[in-house]
Write a protein that binds this ligand. Structure first.
Ligand code: UTP
Length: 293
């Protein structure tokens, strides 16, 4: 069984829910306190042993590429000012993984974005981490990508993260259907993109973490535009499940949908409460605010 060495991070969506900010700044670069969303995601992949990050970026890709590149002037100035901790922090980001960027010329859908990574992913298994979904594991616990890679290593089957959502929310996600094993893992038989509640095969949603074998590419190649006129990853997953097998695994982590205004604010508040520079003041402020509203 091949180790998961590569990860694809699609970050080329139009981010319309975040306009006007996303007119010039990709939503994946919006900060959660002082770190761009994307950094949390690259870190998760690196902690899972991923060596090559394949970033699928769109028209604003230079901001993303520059972030993982060396910033010589800045590092030199910080070093001269004796700010060695900051220099080390920047070097740590730069050396976290090999970041390879590829362009999705048109935002034709998540399935199309993942297919753009095919020339670099090759025939190896690879992880996919959505660029706007932050997953935070408890200290000392495995990241979600590590948890999925573990199931893949044990079974050899493509494995995706699943989470239970309330019935009213099924229409926001890809929803899987299939038989649940005793350990909570589902042998996926079907996947429906953003179904209405009566059409949902279950309440188990896809929150944006996947490990695929390269077999997914042959189905992505043939996938026609589906829901909302986009080339959907979920449509290719249905074929993968049918012909090769696909597992849905529950996971342990806090999740924030940072591509959504409310999720983004939640992430900023909760990460702020853990950030040593602002936590005490933020806690006091939130307490006083709660009395006023
Ligand atoms: P979303 O559907 O959340 O992104 O895709 P979006 O289309 O940018 O969002 P809204 O609804 O317009 O606000 C999930 C992830 O897939 C990427 C996005 O960048 C995001 O990280 N994506 C989506 C692509 O890379 N390419 C696409 O064509 C679509």
């Amino acid at each position: 069984m091949k180790h998961v060495r590569k990860a694809v991070i699609p970050a080329a969506g139009l981010g319309t829910r975040f306009l006007p900010a996303t007119k010039t700044v990709p939503k994946e670069m919006l900060p959660i306190v002082d770190r761009p969303t994307l950094l949390y995601i690259v870190e998760e992949a690196a902690r899972a042993g991923v060596e090559d990050i394949i970033l699928v970026a769109g028209r604003n890709k230079t901001a993303i590429e520059d972030f993982f590149d060396c910033s010589y002037e800045l590092q030199d100035k910080l070093a001269k000012d004796g700010k060695t901790e900051w220099v080390e922090m920047l070097l740590g980001i730069q050396n976290m993984a090999n970041v390879i960027s590829i362009r999705q010329k048109q935002a034709l859908g998540l399935g199309h974005a993942v297919h753009c990574a095919r020339p670099i992913a090759g025939d190896e298994p690879f992880a996919v981490l959505l660029g706007d979904e932050i997953m935070i594991s408890a200290p000392g616990r495995r990241t979600v990508t590590e948890q999925l890679s573990g199931v893949y290593a044990a079974t050899g089957l493509s494995t995706v993260a699943i989470m239970e959502v309330p019935e009213k929310d099924v229409s926001k996600y890809g929803i899987v259907g299939g038989a649940m094993r005793e350990d909570g893992v589902i042998k996926i038989e079907t996947v429906v993109e953003k179904p209405s509640p009566p059409q949902a095969p279950s309440r188990f949603a896809l929150p944006g973490r996947y490990v695929f074998t390269s077999a997914i590419f042959q189905y992505l190649e043939k996938t026609k535009p589906g829901k909302n006129g986009e080339i959907q990853l979920t449509d290719a997953m249905v074929e993968l499940a049918k012909n090769h097998g696909l597992l849905g695994a529950p996971f342990e982590a806090r999740r924030y949908d940072a591509g959504d205004k409310f999720g983004y604010l939640q992430a900023n508040i909760e990460m702020g409460l853990e950030h040593p520079d602002v936590a005490p003041r933020l806690r006091e402020y939130l307490k006083s605010l709660a009395q006023r509203i």
